[in-house]
Design a binder for this molecule. Structure first.
Ligand SMILES: [Mg+2]
Length: 195
């Protein structure tokens, strides 16, 4: 009866995988910065670290080449939270804007932390690796709920009638959220609010 399960779209970075903490740790070591997560007010990393796009691409490629992507910790409560959603009768599906070049690393990471769990993975990227709106992916996969940390995704999906749980983060502070965007501070709070 899997066809009757309610689909929930779930973002990877900063919802499932705690990428930013590990990237900051790497960056502070390699580039002698003193960044903290609370200072990341813009999730475009080149802006947060006051460099340019090309330089940040090189730094990210180093992070990846050192196999650090596979060593990212899950967000606190994410593994238990996703299992709990499945128990409640939901079908979680991961929807990520990660570039396709790290598809293999992403799948390896999921194998480590979600072994044996049916967790389909969708990239919000077209064949040229350009981004596709998450609302379009959600429509394709039948998701009426999205869990994400990005305001752009929240506004986009909310405008298409999708309920969004916005994981609170330094880069998504605003008082001005649509009614169907619910700010949450943790996976525990998400589980309390999703019946
Ligand atoms: Mg994210």
């Amino acid at each position: 009866m899997t066809g009757t399960k309610r689909v929930i779209a779930i973002d990877i970075d900063e919802v499932t995988a705690d990428f930013i903490s590990y990237f900051i740790y790497f960056h502070n070591l390699m580039y002698k910065t003193k960044m903290t997560k609370n200072e990341v007010l813009n999730y475009s990393l080149y802006k947060a670290f006051e460099t340019d796009k090309d330089e940040m691409s090189i730094r990210f490629a180093e992070f990846s080449a050192l196999h650090l992507l596979e060593r990212i910790a899950p967000v606190e409560g994410a593994v238990e939270g996703i299992k709990a959603l499945i128990k409640k009768g939901y079908q979680p599906k991961l929807v990520t804007a990660r570039p396709k070049v790290i598809e293999k690393e992403t799948k390896n990471w999921l194998k480590i932390h979600f072994r044996g769990i049916d967790l389909p993975l969708y990239f919000s990227r077209d064949k040229n690796d350009h981004s596709i709106k998450k609302s379009i992916i959600c429509a394709d996969i039948g998701a009426k709920i999205l869990i994400d940390d990005h305001l752009d995704n929240a506004y986009d999906c909310a405008s298409e009638g999708i309920t969004v749980f916005l994981m609170d983060a330094p880069w998504n502070k605003t008082e001005d959220l649509p009614a169907n965007v619910i700010r949450v501070k943790s996976w525990l709070e998400i589980l309390k609010k999703i019946k």
